[in-house]
Write a protein that binds this ligand. Structure first.
Ligand SMILES: NC(=O)c1ccc[n+]([C@@H]2O[C@H](COP(=O)([O-])OP(=O)(O)OC[C@H]3O[C@@H](n4cnc5c(N)ncnc54)[C@H](OP(=O)(O)O)[C@@H]3O)[C@@H](O)[C@H]2O)c1
Length: 337
């Protein structure tokens, strides 16, 4: 029979729901869709291609007969359940952090390292961290021209990056503020996010970097095959609904001018050049939302670079639920067909 049996682990969440839309839009050959979530969601109905799919509990036997699993649950569920799916013959594309740095698991942004997909001895291919995907999309084509040495990144990450609980919490806080009630803060944020920002995503290490910040270094090195790349990153949660933005300073081995960078990025796969500040055109999360392209602009020389050094600054914005998660995962799955 034509088509694949596809399971989404975490189908009721922000990423899982988006995966269904992306499978529809890209006409992925799905023979049957299996929607899996926690016991709390059993019996819920989700729409796929105009039909209702009833959510089942994610248990090992739910993966019988499944060809491809798209993982959109947390690290613990991925760690427990994806090996069970592989044992039953499935190949998994996982969005959690659980497998990303394992040597036997490729970590892939198809526009950068699609060739790595072929070698997946553990039956699992990992989707990178969303801020890493959004940031590397414009950096990679410039690296190909000028050889990247060093990255300094500041992120502005949307509430939905913390999943449905993050989205619901921002909405609750904004409503409370508008209604004149006390905003307060509850999970998943440690402080009120509405009309605030929080310079912490994940726990801190002994150097003072958060786990989200170190993902950009460690995952970036693996994806671009640049094990020595120097990265310093500051990740900040901001009170917007959707799409992550990043300010990126890049130092290169070889000369590259802002004009050359614009010319390269205007033809690069997966990015959209939006760089006409005089006409108030630059990347913004509102415009990037709902798109698969990462918007890039504000390209300029790094004025702080030492004399003779080659360094540029840019700003980018991309929909972290689409290209940062669901679309990237479906693109990887397309390579498995
Ligand atoms: N949000 C983003 O922007 C983003 C971007 C890139 C990667 N990711 C990663 O993608 C994954 C999903 O994130 P999300 O934002 O979609 O989170 P989410 O909205 O909180 O959804 C989590 C999903 O996991 C399911 N789940 C929770 N506990 C489970 C259990 N014990 N067994 C089976 N399923 C369980 C939930 O089902 P119930 O509804 O039944 O609880 C829900 O479907 C995470 O690993 C996240 O780090 C997220």
């Amino acid at each position: 029979m034509a088509g694949k049996v596809v399971a989404i682990l975490g189908a009721t969440g922000v990423v899982g729901t988006q995966m269904m839309r992306v499978l529809e839009e890209r006409d992925f050959p799905v023979r049957e869709l299996v929607c899996l979530a926690s016991a709390r969601s059993v019996g819920k109905e989700l729409a796929f291609r105009g039909e209702r799919v009833v959510v089942r509990e994610a248990r090992p036997d739910a993966f019988e007969g499944v060809d491809i699993v798209l993982g959109a649950a947390g690290d613990a569920q991925a760690q427990e359940l994806l090996p069970e799916a592989v044992r039953r013959g499935a190949v998994c594309v996982d969005n959690s952090h659980a497998f990303r740095l394992r040597k036997d698991v490729p970590l892939v942004i198809p526009e950068i390292n699609a060739a790595d997909i072929a070698n997946h001895p553990a039956g699992i291919i990992a989707n990178p961290n969303c801020a890493t995907i959004i940031g590397l999309m414009p950096v990679w084509p410039l690296h190909l021209r000028a050889q990247l040495k060093r990255l300094v990144v500041s992120t502005y990450q949307a509430a939905s990056g913390a999943g449905k609980p993050g989205l619901d919490e921002l909405e609750r806080e904004v409503r409370a503020h508008v209604d004149g009630r006390e905003v307060g803060a509850t999970d998943p944020f440690a402080y009120p996010l509405a009309f605030n920002l929080i310079p912490q995503i994940g726990g801190f290490d002994e150097e003072g970097y958060s786990s989200e910040e170190m993902k950009l270094q460690n995952e970036g090195r693996k994806i671009m095959h640049l094990p020595e790349l120097r990265v310093s990153c500051t990740c900040v949660r901001v009170p917007i609904v959707r799409s992550h933005s990043e300010s990126i300073t890049m130092e290169f081995e070889r000369p590259i001018s802002p004009d050359e960078a614009r010319q390269i990025l205007s033809g690069a796969a997966g990015v959209k050049l939006v760089d006409d500040p005089a006409r108030l055109r630059y990347p913004m999360p509102l415009e990037a939302s709902g798109q698969d392209l990462v918007f890039v602009g504000r390209i300029r020389r790094d004025l702080s670079a030492p004399e003779g050094a080659s360094a540029l600054v840019l700003f980018c914005a991309g929909d972290q639920i689409r290209k940062g998660a669901a679309t990237n995962a479906v693109q990887i799955a397309e390579h498995l067909l």
